[in-house]
Design a protein around this ligand. Structure first.
Ligand SMILES: *[C@@H]1O[C@H](CO)[C@@H](O)[C@H](O)[C@H]1NC(C)=O
Ligand SMILES: *[C@@H]1O[C@H](CO)[C@@H](O)[C@H](O)[C@H]1NC(C)=O
Length: 385
């Protein structure tokens, strides 16, 4: 009994593949209804479909048969290849021929199995910015593109090192970028503008300086990462104590230079200080690096006595990212509002911060919060090419 069953199943698997066969059919339906279902020869292990577009008419001729897989595959890979003769499976040309094969019984009935998906193309995948993109099969269905970056740059967003051409003709992920780890290695010319007007107070000034050091301690300083300039101002810019971008200081020297910035004077001409930053600090010849992104952070405790909107806009028009940190003094009257100035300096709601309870909250955590904001788009902080 068992032997009989076994023999039957052996006979069943020994049977050839069954494929639809037809010649010169006008449509898949005609072929499938009038063609002959054939059992293929032993070496014909695939079913083939061939669509021939004849001249310029809408017409197409359909051929279906059994085929040797090797021959079938050779034909298939000639479909719609960029380097291939354009009439291979290209609807725009007369005499185009599309071919494909499949490997299961009756799989060449209809056309979806072959041309539905084989015809899908996702459009060229963009290259990863600053890295290398390699795709397994160009922009065709199921092609997988891998993105690689050169260290220390990393793929960003982190989970996007590859992308696949999907059935709906879209890539599973947009091309990422190669970004330096932020904040440590962001390639940034960072200018810190410090308000040292009389309302800040000696204690407040010390808080501003230590906050500046906390912020800077999150970055790696150097020509391949962050260069820092510090500008102190009140009614005027303190041009005797500028720390320019090309200060040449190591970290300790920079921190010492910041710590010894004097505190004196009165007046709050923030617009003037921002103009000075544009006209001097970020001007060529003072350490400004063309390939770096420019970031200006203004720390102030008050309303400016001059216009900040135009100076800040002129900075942004040069591609500078602007941030503002406002410290609302402890004793400030209720109607004291610096938000309008901060918004004008920063240019958008998410680029300014108000520290409500005076200088006490201006601590290291706050430096990290700002850095998170600055690093929210690491792709934007890769070197300009
Ligand atoms: C800074 O880096 C740039 C770009 O890599 C390079 O051209 C330049 O010579 C470097 N400058 C210094 C002072 O190392
Ligand atoms: C800043 O510079 C611009 C352009 O030179 C000028 O129009 C504007 O008045 C200046 N603003 C201040 C506050 O100095």
């Amino acid at each position: 009994m068992n032997t009989v069953l076994l023999m039957l199943s052996l006979i069943a698997t020994a049977q050839g593949l069954r494929c639809m066969t037809c010649e010169n059919a006008r449509s898949h339906e005609d072929c499938d209804s009038q063609g002959v279902m054939r059992e293929c020869l032993e070496n014909e292990l695939s079913c083939a479909i061939e669509e021939r577009k004849v001249n310029y008419g809408p017409g197409r001729l359909i051929f279906k048969h059994c085929k040797q897989p090797l021959a079938c595959n050779n034909n298939y890979i000639q479909n719609d290849r960029p380097a291939w003769w354009p009439i291979q499976c290209n609807d725009k040309f007369p005499n185009s021929v599309c071919r494909c094969c499949c490997f299961e019984d009756e799989c060449n009935i209809g056309h979806e199995r072959c041309f539905g998906k084989a015809a899908i193309s996702c459009g060229n995948q963009e290259d990863v910015r600053g890295g290398i993109t390699t795709c397994s099969d160009g922009n065709r269905f199921r092609s997988k593109c891998d993105f690689q970056c050169q260290a220390p740059a990393q793929i960003y967003p982190p989970d996007s090192s590859s992308s696949v051409c999907l059935e709906d003709g879209s890539w599973s992920k947009p091309a990422p970028c190669c970004a330096n780890p932020c904040p440590a290695l962001a390639v940034v010319d960072l200018v810190i503008i410090l308000d040292s007007s009389s309302s800040v107070g000696e204690a407040g000034w010390q808080t501003l300086l230590s906050f500046t050091r906390s912020l800077l301690s999150l970055y790696t300083l150097g020509n391949n990462s962050v260069e820092v300039a510090v500008v102190r101002y009140n009614a005027e810019v303190d041009t005797d104590n500028i720390i320019p971008l090309d200060n040449g200081f190591n970290r300790d020297e920079l921190f010492a230079a910041i710590s010894s910035l004097p505190y004196d004077g009165s007046g709050t001409r923030t617009g003037n200080a921002i103009n000075f930053t544009r006209e001097f600090i970020l001007e060529n010849g003072h350490g400004h690096r063309e390939f770096a992104h420019d970031l200006v952070v203004v720390l102030t405790d008050g309303r400016s006595q001059d216009d900040v909107a135009v100076p800040a806009r002129l900075l942004r028009e040069r591609g500078v990212m602007t941030y503002a940190i406002g410290i609302r003094p402890d004793q400030a009257p209720d109607n004291f509002d610096i938000r309008n100035d901060l918004l004008n300096i920063a240019g958008s709601e998410d680029h300014f911060f108000v520290v409500e309870d005076g200088f006490s909250r201006l601590n290291a955590d706050f430096a990290e919060e700002i850095t998170r904001e600055i690093c929210s788009d690491p792709c934007g902080l890769t070197p300009h090419l």
